[in-house]
Design a protein around this ligand. Structure first.
Ligand SMILES: [Zn+2]
Length: 216
């Protein structure tokens, strides 16, 4: 499987702009979750009620559905957030939108920390992008195994609710800004492959059809 270490290599100038809601197995080699203390903590007994959800894969038409506004951050939404976090950590990925697990609600989870213990939950996010256009490699848990350059803005102001239903406001740049934009696109039914040429997109679609990946 393709491994992309660029966005973790601090000495590589290209890396800081790379984003992916899929992770290159780079983040701590989390594929081997049973041997990772941090993740054993995450899967401790008190969290056993959490569930790993099935991630839809491109070109599944359900990924194209627009997500609806969350009316109330109730127990069902809190459970969804917990399940999405577990799904993202196990995948492993650095971001996941509810559409990817076939729930059409405006909920995003992100964790770009190397220690995998700093989750960010954005419910009903509203984005204002600014700054420069930057090009970086992106991947997606719904397009497993593919990393392609996408141009995004390098700064974003996001207003949202957190997992408790409290209003939050966040200024992000770099990798986090790119990830927020990537995940927010999912809520609109948009995928990173939409930024690619139709030739490249159909090539990816053909290859995904031929070789099922991702273990889902
Ligand atoms: Zn994605």
């Amino acid at each position: 499987m393709h491994t992309d270490y660029r966005f973790l290599a601090p000495d590589n100038k290209k890396q800081s702009r790379s984003c992916s809601c899929a992770t290159p197995q780079a983040i701590g080699n989390l594929t081997n979750i049973n041997h990772t203390p941090e993740l054993e903590l995450l899967f401790s007994p008190k969290l056993k009620h959490m569930a790993v959800l099935k991630i839809l894969e491109y070109p599944d038409p359900r990924l194209r559905k627009k997500a609806a506004v969350v009316e109330a951050v109730d127990n069902a939404i809190k459970k969804l957030v917990e399940d999405m976090l577990e799904t993202m950590y196990q995948a492993p990925g650095i971001g996941l939108a509810a559409n990817q697990v076939n729930v059409q609600k405006r909920v995003i989870v992100i964790d770009i920390s190397e220690t995998r213990d700093n989750p960010l939950v954005l419910i009903n996010p509203e984005l204002i992008t600014s700054g420069q256009d930057v090009k970086g490699e992106e991947g997606c848990l719904s397009v497993p195994g593919y990393f392609e350059p996408v141009t995004r803005k390098d700064r974003v102001l996001v207003k949202a609710l957190d997992e408790q239903g409290s209003k939050i406001e966040l200024n992000a740049d770099g990798l986090l800004a790119v990830c927020i934009q990537h995940e927010n696109d999912h809520l609109e039914g948009k995928l990173f492959v939409d930024y690619l040429s139709s030739l490249k997109r159909s090539r990816i679609r053909r290859k995904i059809h031929k070789t099922p990946q991702g273990g889902h």
